[in-house]
Design a protein. Structure first.
Length: 79
């Protein structure tokens, strides 16, 4: 994961102590953040709005969803 996770953790209230150590740096917190990111990626790819489209349009929508998931993954630096 990247620096953006740290920024969001601090914004959410995980403050650093005098030694620069914050709760956000705990493995459990990093794992929690990664699970949320992976869930967002899953929603981007697999959740349907229930609408029916022609094969061409459905294919374009699926490709767009895959791209969105990859962008989320890259933005947060998830392996």
């Amino acid at each position: 994961m990247n620096e953006r996770i740290k920024e969001l953790a601090i914004e959410a209230g995980y403050m650093e102590d005098n030694f620069g150590i914050g709760h956000w740096d705990m493995p459990e917190c990093k794992n929690f953040a990664e699970l949320i990111i992976r869930e967002c990626m899953h929603v981007a790819v697999y959740k349907s709005d229930g609408m029916i489209f022609t094969a061409d349009i459905a294919g374009h929508r699926a490709a767009g969803r895959e791209i969105a998931a990859k962008m989320i993954k890259q933005h947060f630096g998830v392996e």
